[in-house]
Design a protein around this ligand. Structure first.
Ligand code: MG
Length: 475
């Protein structure tokens, strides 16, 4: 009889196939590294046009990968911006923005609600190992720390590097004096304080070593390692500025240039470690994304950065507050390299990572992000066609295509500045006028109507939630 022998050979074939099949490996899913600077301006990298700051590693990353020129953060200050990146949701949806207290402070009792699904929590459920390194700023009480939000480990400063100030000294003078003891700032390992005050002079270096360690540990495990997600959120160049000995007086852009040079060095170390790891684990694929949490803190003059030709900076909903210099790079299989002028946002990272591993975002909540993987892979355009600009808990502006309407404006992160309402709203064409200098509202009533409708529809989908930023620790 023929049938049994065919049957037998098919069994034997299956057995051989099984024996020959490689074990489940890290290569099945790519690694992800997000490098997030603090208060870095759109114009602060040499590949984004800065004439005296030198960033060869970031320039290489942008040249080999993608340089995004219309990439936005979820908010123009630290806490809500970070909440947006990690959850893929506008901070208005989870209480992480406020008009009264715009960020979390060391006396804050709130934080990112446990019901939120961070990128780490999402990827961990898909078999990833996860590490948070650097600034957190989403709640420093135990229930809000990275280890309670899907990260296997945490090493970093739980909020901004100018908080817990104990000396009566300006942030600028502290930097000049290299006086890190002017702040009673903690460095944490998981949930424990391991250094207080943290020596900020070496913090960028130490964060980098920690990230490289995670990459190397995965490398040592070879193909049996779990894929990883590393969130490397530098505390700098937020003031007060600190850099390690090697970078002192290294830049003609002064202390700010030194700090950016060290962050650029850090990016180079990460890229190098990723490339070395791939030699050991040739099936691995790693995506690295670099951007910043909000625009430059302009009131700090030469200790703050530059938004280049974009208007204003940190704390404002003008482009300089929310559009960030962004590069996306991958190894060994590169992304579709080139300059991307389409819109993208940190809100899109969670859906994009989901897309790259063939998964869907959870269906039980509203997401404000889009899957940008078609742009990365060169298979399609960016699905993002609009951007909502929040100042605290208020919607100040909306971009639709190249048009941006400002319903309200408030200039810069300076005390005493008044909010101004605009009716009709100010209207700019960001393609023709990226600096938002020439209001064209008068001749474009139809476009304003369309954007007003977009704003109304968006607002109708926002449900009130408990605010996390106004709660203070008692006593
Ligand atoms: Mg910031």
């Amino acid at each position: 009889m023929k049938a049994p022998s065919i049957y037998l050979s098919s069994i034997l074939f299956s057995v051989f196939t099984l024996l020959a099949a490689p074990p489940a490996k890290a290569a099945d899913k790519p690694n992800f590294i997000v490098i997030f600077a603090d208060d870095l301006g759109y114009g602060d990298l040499s590949c984004f046009g800065h004439p005296t700051i030198n960033t060869p590693n970031l320039d290489q990353m942008a040249a080999e990968g993608q340089k995004w020129t219309n990439f936005y953060v979820a908010a123009c200050v630290c806490t809500p911006s970070r909440a947006g990146l990690l959850t893929g949701r506008l901070p208005i949806r989870n209480g992480m923005c406020s008009d009264k207290r715009r960020v979390l402070f060391p006396n804050s009792a709130g934080g990112l609600p446990p019901s939120e699904i961070t990128i780490a929590k999402f990827l961990k459920q898909k078999g990833y190992q996860t590490a948070a390194i650097g600034k957190w700023h989403l709640g420093h009480l135990p229930q809000f720390l990275p280890t309670s939000h899907g990260f296997d480990s945490y090493y970093g400063i739980p909020y901004s590097n100018d908080m817990d100030r104990i000396a009566k000294k300006s942030n600028t003078q502290t930097a000049i004096d290299e006086d890190y003891k002017a702040y009673d700032l903690p460095l944490m390992r998981d949930t424990k304080i391991i250094e207080n005050p943290v020596d900020q002079r070496t913090i960028t270096k130490r964060y980098t070593e920690e990230a490289v360690k995670v990459i190397r540990q995965a490398q040592q495990k070879g193909d049996s390692a779990k894929p990883y997600f590393i969130y490397l959120a530098h505390n700098l160049p937020h003031v007060p500025l600190f850099r390690s000995e090697k970078f002192k007086d290294s830049s003609i852009a002064g202390i700010y240039g030194d700090v950016i040079a060290e962050i650029d060095w850090s990016v180079g170390q990460v890229m190098e470690a990723v490339q070395e790891a791939n030699e050991k684990s040739p099936n691995s694929q790693t995506y690295v994304i670099f951007t910043s949490d909000n625009g430059p803190w302009l009131s700090y003059k030469t200790h703050g950065g530059s938004a280049g030709l974009l208007r204003d900076g940190k704390g404002s909903t003008w482009e300089g507050g929310m559009r960030e210099p962004t590069a996306m790079w991958a190894w060994p299989k590169q992304v579709n390299s080139g300059v991307v002028q389409e819109m993208g946002s940190t809100l899109d990272l969670l859906p994009t990572f989901a897309g790259l591993i063939g998964e869907k975002v959870p269906g039980d909540r509203t997401y404000d992000g889009y899957d940008l993987s078609p742009v990365l892979l060169g298979t399609g355009p960016s699905p993002r066609k609009e951007m909502f600009y929040y100042h605290g808990a208020q919607l100040f502006a909306v971009r639709s295509g190249q048009y941006k309407a400002h319903f309200k404006t408030k200039t810069s992160y300076v005390k005493g500045q008044k909010m101004v309402e605009h009716n009709p709203p100010l209207l700019y064409h960001l393609g023709h006028d990226p600096s938002e200098k020439h209001d064209i509202a008068k001749d474009n009533a139809d476009i304003i109507e369309k954007i007003k409708q977009l704003a109304a529809d968006h607002k109708a989908g926002i449900k009130p939630v408990e605010n996390q930023l106004i709660k203070k620790i008692e006593g």
